[in-house]
Ligand binder design. Structure first.
Ligand code: ZN
Length: 133
């Protein structure tokens, strides 16, 4: 073995070919996260259960970033723009207490969400129905 082989380490490759149009401005990692989240949520809005295309879907932070949520996959769900705006910066418990239907859909479709979030959703929904009854 010659000493030259010692220096053959792998350099990071620059991407080959021309960038495709939809790649501009969208970091690869972010696109990947959105696609994975979208798939895990059954290609639906987890709040109103409407079927969505990838373009119409937005990433929603279950616990909003402004309320101490993080960008981890367990805190991300796919939502339509209307539901995302409706939820705004509400915590899931606040949102599901006010809109129990959203909580029911959330429990059905937000499979990738962290179980602590789903537990909170279940409690909020049952509370909301108990008050309505
Ligand atoms: Zn929706």
């Amino acid at each position: 073995m010659s000493h030259r082989s010692v220096y053959r380490f792998a350099l990071a490759r620059s991407p080959r070919g021309l960038p495709r149009r939809h790649d501009y401005g969208v970091p690869h990692q972010k696109r990947h996260v959105k696609r994975a989240t979208f798939r895990d949520c059954g290609r639906r809005c987890v709040y109103c259960a409407a079927r969505l295309g990838l373009e119409a879907a937005t990433l929603d932070h279950v616990i909003p970033l402004s309320r101490g949520g993080n960008h981890a996959p367990g805190n991300l769900v796919a939502a339509c723009i209307a539901c995302n705006q409706l939820k705004g910066s509400m915590l899931p418990v606040e949102f599901f207490t006010r809109f129990p239907w959203a909580g029911q859909n959330f429990m059905r479709y937000a499979r990738a969400a962290h179980r602590s979030v789903k537990r909170g959703a279940r409690r909020a929904v049952s509370l909301a129905f108990a008050e309505a009854a």
